[in-house]
Ligand binder design. Structure first.
Ligand SMILES: [Zn+2]
Length: 79
């Protein structure tokens, strides 16, 4: 009697395709009290440029600042 044990080698390769598409490409300026409120309530924040996003989605460190936010921010400071 022969017992044939077949060992199928199955390499455990998992392609780690992480979809980072949700990550914003820019940092947006958001009012501080909105960030605090959003962190507590989970609400979306509204950036100076009008962009809305959950505060959990942060741009990667080193990302450029959103040019629209920058412009609004500067015009606000000129007052
Ligand atoms: Zn922005």
């Amino acid at each position: 009697m022969t017992t044939s044990t077949k060992t199928i080698e199955r390499p455990d390769i998992r392609e780690d395709i992480s979809t980072d598409d949700d990550t914003p490409k820019f940092f947006h300026y958001v009012k501080k009290d909105q960030i605090v409120e959003s962190a507590v309530s989970g609400k979306m924040v509204v950036a100076l440029c009008g962009e809305t996003f959950p505060v959990t989605k942060q741009a990667k460190p080193g990302s450029p600042v959103c040019p629209d936010c920058e412009r609004v921010y500067r015009s606000l400071r000129k007052k």
